[in-house]
Design a protein around this ligand. Structure first.
Ligand SMILES: Cc1cc2nc3c(=O)[nH]c(=O)nc-3n(C[C@H](O)[C@H](O)[C@H](O)COP(=O)(O)OP(=O)(O)OC[C@H]3O[C@@H](n4cnc5c(N)ncnc54)[C@H](O)[C@@H]3O)c2cc1C
Length: 509
């Protein structure tokens, strides 16, 4: 038997990493700690909207987990996905790079967060761009850059307007932040796309209730609304999306809003692991006692977004925010140390220190210690707070210098794709991008601007029921056409038309 009690933490987000770092700091060497997470980094989720707006690089919103841990203090990090827990035997199964591992624990801490809910509305899974991970942020950013690049090439005004309409669903923190970032980003990068006119780019925010940022005071919600509308964002309050389609959003009133890019910031769902473990749930989160121990399950604790933790300060459940995840982690560290030393665990109680949101370049709203701030002071406080959360002075300095440099530069418009050499053979890269764009194009007569229903667009046939394999089939046809052309033949292999050797398509001319 090992002399030190073993604590295993699942999830290296705000909650998990703060817990481990606090344990390392407050009782170095006092516990054997294992941190398991399916990513090798912690994502600073509140900064994801800035990554979308290209105000910061994606690598500035993630921190390697190993860098957050204090080397030599006994914490072991395993990159892996936990797939099962046996609470009777006090063991868990983890799928790691080295295969299946079985790990024993004395205390198990669940800090695995939640997921984006993709089936909240019909069509959401197929057409929405959620914002929950750094991959989501990069995907949205790349989509925005691709839309602008494509508008440059299209001639049909209605199609150009559809491509340039960015619809944000949800006017909470993420929605407001993403809209604010996007409007500043578009205004700043349009100089690189001379064929794109300012009035061809629009952002609409759809929000179900009567004011933005319901978590903040009405005054700050109003300040956010004014800031967005001043910059040209259309904000539609008391407006609910009913369904998402390839054309855009259908509202609960039946009205149709057309736009290709649908950014969805509403809806989260329980991490599947929580359901798999069969633990008691409350509103989709793991039900805990006020001291953060999981109900009916000895030696298991839960915190952060995945847990429903009662807050003794106000008798309410803690909100799923980074601030509460961090406070709960510090509290649990104290409780675990107390228990190991034979003292009782204490109930969690925390008074919110305030809330803040960045709503664009040098713009923010904040409520800190009862003081309301708007504009650049709020933005500065916001950035200073997240900088203070970085794990080391070296990283803080690096990120600070990059942020400062970025304040005086237009956003970076690199459309970064991780394409490997063998994927570039035979022109497949550009074809894959074109396929994706074409696949997303709904059936509509673009030659009749303003007309909402209609027949197929000129030169843009609809793509009913396209599948992943269709793109591959098109690529094969392209390669075939090129081979045929290379051999000097002019007859298209798939029809009686001629070959367009330069583009690798069949055409009638
Ligand atoms: C776009 C956006 C903006 C936000 N803005 C704010 C804000 O301004 N202010 C604020 O306070 N909060 C904000 N939040 C909420 C905040 O990010 C969360 O409350 C916080 O991240 C919760 O921390 P957590 O550690 O509980 O979960 P997470 O940070 O989600 O971490 C969970 C970890 O568990 C890992 N994991 C999941 N399943 C498994 C498994 N089976 N095995 C192993 N590991 C697993 C994940 O990889 C992840 O590392 C925002 C969130 C988003 C998405």
């Amino acid at each position: 038997m090992h002399p030190l009690p073993s604590v295993v933490v699942i999830g290296a987000g705000f909650a998990g990493t703060t817990l481990v770092r606090t344990l390392e700091k407050r009782w170095p060497g006092g516990l054997r700690i294992t941190l398991i997470s399916d990513e090798s980094y912690t994502t600073f989720n509140p900064m994801l909207p800035e990554a979308v707006g290209a105000s910061v690089f994606p690598e500035q919103v993630v921190v390697p987990v190993r860098e957050m841990l204090r080397a030599g203090h006994g914490c072991r990090f395993i990159m892996g996905s936990v797939t099962a827990v046996d609470t009777a035997q006090r063991t868990l199964r983890c799928h790691s790079l080295a295969g299946e591992l079985t790990i024993a624990y004395d205390h198990l801490v669940l800090a695995f967060g939640n997921r984006a809910k993709l089936d909240m509305l019909p069509g959401m899974a197929e057409h929405a761009l959620p914002l929950k991970t750094v991959g989501d942020a990069m995907h949205i950013r790349n989509s925005v850059l691709r839309r602008l690049a494509r508008i440059e090439l299209e001639t049909d005004p209605a199609l150009r307007r559809w491509l340039g309409h960015f619809i944000v669903i949800g006017g909470g923190f993420s929605g407001v932040e993403v809209a604010g970032e996007l409007v500043d980003c578009l205004a700043s990068i349009r100089r690189y796309y001379p064929q794109v006119q300012a009035d061809e780019l629009r952002i609409t925010v759809l929000h179900g209730t009567e004011r933005l940022l319901p978590e903040l005071s009405p005054r700050l919600g109003q300040a956010a609304l004014s800031s967005l509308t001043r910059r040209g964002v259309t904000v539609r309050l008391k407006t609910r999306a009913k369904a998402l389609t390839a054309r855009g959003v259908t509202l609960s009133t039946g009205e149709q809003i057309d736009g290709q890019t649908l950014i969805c910031t509403i809806g989260t769902e329980t991490n599947p692991l929580a359901a798999l473990l069969g633990l008691p749930l409350l509103h989709g989160r793991i039900a805990t006692h006020p001291d953060l121990s999981v109900q009916e399950t000895p030696h298991v604790w839960a915190l952060g977004d995945c847990a429903a933790v009662p807050n003794a300060h106000d008798g309410q459940l803690s909100p799923p925010t980074a601030q509460f995840a961090v406070r709960q982690a510090q509290h649990l560290a104290d409780n675990l140390i107390a228990l190991t030393r034979g003292r009782p665990a204490r109930v969690f109680s925390h008074r919110s220190r305030g809330m803040m949101a960045s709503i664009g370049h040098l713009k923010g709203v904040a409520e800190v210690g009862g003081v309301a701030l708007t504009g650049w002071p709020a933005w500065l406080v916001w950035r200073a707070y997240y900088l203070s959360q970085m794990p080391s002075w070296g990283r803080r300095l690096r990120v600070f210098l990059e942020w400062t440099w970025g304040m005086f530069q237009p956003p970076d418009i690199t459309h970064l794709r991780f394409t490997r050499s063998h994927e570039q053979r035979g022109g497949q890269l550009s074809q894959a991008v074109a396929d994706e764009e074409r696949a997303a194009r709904p059936a509509q007569d673009w030659s009749a601007p303003g007309q909402r229903t209609g027949t197929r667009s000129r030169g843009s046939p609809p793509q009913p029921g396209r599948h992943l394999g269709d793109g591959m089939r098109d690529n094969l046809i392209t390669i075939l056409i090129k081979i045929v052309c290379d051999r000097g033949r002019r007859r298209c292999p798939t029809s009686s038309a001629s070959c367009c050797c330069t583009t690798g398509t069949c055409c009638d001319t």
